[in-house]
Design a protein around this ligand. Sequence first.
Ligand code: FMN
Length: 170
Amino acid sequence: MTEIDPRELRNALGAFATGVTIVTTIANDERSPGQGQKIPIAMTANSFSSVSLDPPLILWSLARNAQSFKAFDEAEHFAVHILHSGQKGLSGICATKNADKFAEISWHPGINGIPVFDDYNTCFECQVENKFDGGDHLIILGRVIKFDNKERETHSTPLVFYQGQYKNIA
Ligand SMILES: Cc1cc2nc3c(=O)[nH]c(=O)nc-3n(C[C@H](O)[C@H](O)[C@H](O)COP(=O)(O)O)c2cc1C
């Protein structure tokens, strides 16, 4: 067996151009345990993938070493926002540890109080259907309960990630 160099593997996987999403949920505030305070959670993810139309299923994978791992692992609902090309800055903020992620985001509560942004190309509100071991990631399979596709109205081009960089498509 040839040795797999993780850095080379990462570069090779970067050859697959993806869209960019921000996944959100609502979680108990660990800073005030037992007080029932809830806080919004968000993280940038490009592991999003469509899975099934009937039933309507999507998936994404969550790094086990993410700060927001516990929040997403315990969540029963989450929202996936597919970003447009004007949301590069937001993607950067939600990919930064300890950032004040919701300072610049305008949002409203969706199903079970999960944060739904006011701005996106497409949004899927999901219920967790199943979770699978994915090595250093946890694969989260979600059932789409509700979705909104603004892309067709706004004609906004998607934000794209390729070889470790953001790209805009014309
Ligand atoms: C374009 C892009 C895609 C990413 N995709 C994922 C992903 O699919 N899963 C993941 O766990 N982290 C992904 N990350 C890294 C997380 O966004 C980053 O680790 C973030 O800090 C996680 O939030 P947290 O530190 O609050 O847990 C991605 C980052 C970028 C810039």
